[in-house]
Design a protein around this ligand. Sequence first.
Ligand code: NDP
Length: 287
Amino acid sequence: MGYKLLNGKDLAKRMKEEMSAEVAKLAEKGVVPGLAVIIVGNDPASRIYVNSKKRDCAEVGIKSFEYALPEDTKEEQLLELIDVLNEDENVDGILVQLPIPKHLDEQKVIRRINPSKDVDAFHPYNVGELMIGNHIFAPCTPAGIMELLKDAGLSVEGKNCVIVGRSNIVGKPMSMLMLHANATVTICHSKTQNLKDICKHADILVAAIGRAEFITKEYVKEGAIVIDVGINRTEDGGMTGDVDFDEVSKIASAITPVPGGVGPMTRAMLLKNTIKACIMHKNICLS
Ligand code: NDP
């Protein structure tokens, strides 16, 4: 059986082209969306993510402002910076690259961001709006997955969706978006019993675990749609997902690759949220 490759790289490229046109329209009105990215410390993976976010912004015409703070930054300094950015009219979105050093209280930092500039949608206000189904910003990774499914013509309505992983960034908001789209949702985690059995009943299986090639064909129903969120570094410096692609692609009807699947969609959704924030802040009608 052949599988459909859910190519996030291609879709993200198309979305970026559309967003460039939208940003150009904003420019005609004298408005440039701005994204402030705060990075604390020297985590190499975070540095790579921040660089790519800046590149993405430049590609579509969004202005990015980087604030690189030292590892030993005091919490008060970080909070003060967020206060300044909250007030800055050139800044529509504020993103604090996670994880931040352990001495800083992540929840306190997230809560300091004005919810209308919280383009990652991690602030409890936006989490609450998502829960109600009334959100303006959807968290980038789950929202990117929904776009990818929609673009491929794959409806989640009435489907058994199983999500492995219950993080605030991926698993939980993914479950909400799927629930709002009328799926029947099961969330699994490290204490779940009979994980293989539960996964095997999934029409759509989302793996957001952080363990290289954990999901083998024993977890997957014939014909299932498989979404691999995982990013795991390999010894040779490459990258692999949470799904054993070679094995699972033989029985799945559709599957995302790693790299080139969910990752580029996450990045595209951040741009989308930033443009949305700008339109909202400047009270602009683009149509
Ligand atoms: P977390 O570490 O926060 O969460 C991992 C989840 O997996 C937890 O809920 C954990 O359960 C669960 N888990 C761990 N081991 C098992 C197991 N043996 N069986 C069942 N469940 C298990 O990770 P994130 O959600 O932040 O990220 C998940 C993966 O996705 C990572 O590889 C990350 O790099 C990647 N990622 C990719 C993105 C992209 O754009 N492609 C964006 C964000 C993340 P418990 O809660 O019980 O500990």
